[in-house]
Design a protein around this ligand. Structure first.
Ligand SMILES: C[S@@+](CC[C@H](N)C(=O)[O-])C[C@H]1O[C@@H](n2cnc3c(N)ncnc32)[C@H](O)[C@@H]1O
Length: 272
């Protein structure tokens, strides 16, 4: 990939999904896009760029290109302190204040589903010991490949180590075929989550409801500061007054003009 082609792709990608492509990412981008060139039997990055920027290519290929450039690293119980804060501080506060109804949580940038399934397990445990505690989770991502995996809710056994043994026993089913070392989340947990493709840079998110809690962790880190500010303000429009936003461990709202106050490390609240 020539330096000129790289600049064209980085402008295109940043404009569509906000993901920054500094020069240091050139090798990574090249190897990820090479797979797309191969499957389309194209010889040059420039041909691929022209195709994906054309109306036909935009329709047929853009989603695949975005799938190829996203980084989807995730884990069950990633940054576990957030789940403790959610059940010990946020949930009791919400239950005390709100009329009986359904709590809505958004896992924004959910990748292959480990984050929303962790939320569903933790909240099911919490709800099992309380009256009138019902919840639903919306899980969204821009990448269709990970969303399909998330929707299936099937994981290799080596992915489930961070899940506490009692939750594994209760909420995971082993494959009947013992030669397959995979597990699946039980229907009770899967039914709590709906999955949807959503680009944070879209002019409208098309969401009718607001949320009491939004988890958007390890996503903003890929955006520049103005894009982070724009996306955070969009989240705030979908967050109820008094609602909480959880960011990833290396993300901060410092220096951004957003209506949020910090309540703990990487945890923010929208004032009432
Ligand atoms: C590193 S993963 C984080 C997953 C999970 N939140 C966690 O912390 O484990 C970042 C996710 O953000 C998604 N993403 C990147 N840009 C996006 C955009 N513009 N709109 C929606 N999702 C995006 C990627 O597809 C990827 O799955």
């Amino acid at each position: 990939m020539s330096a000129r082609d790289f600049r064209l792709f980085s402008r295109l990608i940043e404009g569509i999904c906000g993901i920054k492509m500094p020069d240091a990412k050139k090798n990574m981008l090249e190897s990820r896009l090479r797979k797309r060139l191969r499957s389309l039997e194209m010889d040059s990055f420039r041909d691929y760029y022209d195709y994906v920027s054309s109306p036909e290519g935009e329709r047929a290929e853009m989603t695949m290109m975005i799938d190829a450039v996203t980084t989807n690293k995730t884990d069950f119980f990633r940054e576990p302190a957030h789940f403790v804060f959610l059940t010990e501080k946020v949930m009791p506060d919400l239950l005390a204040k709100m009329a009986p109804g359904q709590m809505r949580i958004w896992s924004a940038g959910c990748s292959s589903g480990e984050e929303p399934y962790t939320l569903a397990m933790v909240l099911s445990e919490y709800a099992s010991t309380r009256e009138y505690c019902n919840f639903s989770i919306l899980a969204t991502d821009i990448c269709t490949e990970v969303l399909e995996k998330a929707y299936r809710g099937i994981y290799e056994e080596d992915r489930i180590a961070p899940i506490p043994p009692d939750l594994r026993k209760k909420y995971l089913l082993r494959s009947r075929d013992r030669s397959r070392s995979v597990v699946r989340l039980v229907p009770e947990i899967r039914s709590k989550i709906s999955f949807q493709r959503l680009n944070f840079l879209a002019s409208s998110y098309g969401l009718e409801q607001t949320f009491q809690v939004i988890f958007c962790r390890n996503v903003l880190i890929y955006f520049d500061r103005p894009t982070q500010e724009r996306v955070l303000n969009n989240f705030c429009r979908h967050l109820q007054p008094g609602g909480h936003l959880f960011l990833g461990h290396s993300e901060t709202i410092n220096g951004l003009d957003v209506p949020l106050v910090q309540v703990n490390s990487t945890i923010y609240r929208k004032p009432e």
